[in-house]
Write a protein that binds this ligand. Structure first.
Ligand code: 5GP
Length: 180
């Protein structure tokens, strides 16, 4: 992919290359394999954005586990509305399970706040979070983020599953918006 990428009305700079992502994903998988061995966790992949990260990560997870996919919607264009509008597709019993939510990015964390509330009504043993990207300045300290690959500044990114108005998900590298 080019160093500068134009998507619709915005331009983006190459920010994190796939080799660096793969290194971090491998480290994270090793930690999960150690921490959750014997717990048969249920990984819940949050679609659409987390599909590439989840695919890379879960290929490196070698412990017994189950995988489910959900869709949450809360984001339009480049600004988070902060409201989870829908949760679709959770087809596994979570009661008494160790749950690991797999996210593409934690920005304000408001999507996860709501999702964790809904999950906690289903009485899991434990809910953990694994995200590729974390924006600490937007997130603050709302709850523990158990696993993350990269902390990034509070700027809009695309690629590696993340989109700008539907475009950009297919890049294996991550791009950061160029301020106009
Ligand atoms: P939050 O609720 O943490 O503010 O945001 C949750 C969702 O907003 C993420 O799962 C992701 O889909 C989207 N999002 C947050 N920040 C970004 C960003 O920088 N780029 C893109 N493409 N999506 C983002």
């Amino acid at each position: 992919m080019p160093d500068i990428w134009k998507l619709k009305d915005k331009s983006f700079n190459k920010f994190i290359v796939n080799n660096d992502i793969q290194e971090k994903v491998q480290e994270l998988a090793v930690r999960i394999n150690t921490d959750l061995d014997g717990k048969t966790p249920l990984f819940i992949v949050v679609l659409n954005g987390a599909f590439i990260f989840a695919s890379d990560l879960l290929k490196k997870v070698t412990i017994d586990c189950e995988i489910a996919f959900v869709k949450l919607s809360s984001y339009k264009g480049t600004d988070s509305t902060g409201v989870v509008q829908q949760i679709i597709g959770l087809d596994r019993d979570v009661k008494g399970r160790t749950i690991v939510i797999i996210e593409d990015i934690v920005d304000t964390g408001l999507t996860l706040v709501r999702f964790r509330e809904i999950l906690s009504e289903m009485e899991p043993a434990n809910v953990m979070i694994a995200t590729c990207l974390l924006k600490p300045d937007a997130f603050g300290d709302k709850f523990p983020i158990d696993y993350h690959c990269f902390s990034i500044p509070n700027e809009f990114v695309v690629g590696y599953g993340l989109d700008y108005d539907g475009l950009g998900r297919n890049s294996s590298d991550i791009y950061k918006i160029i301020a106009q």
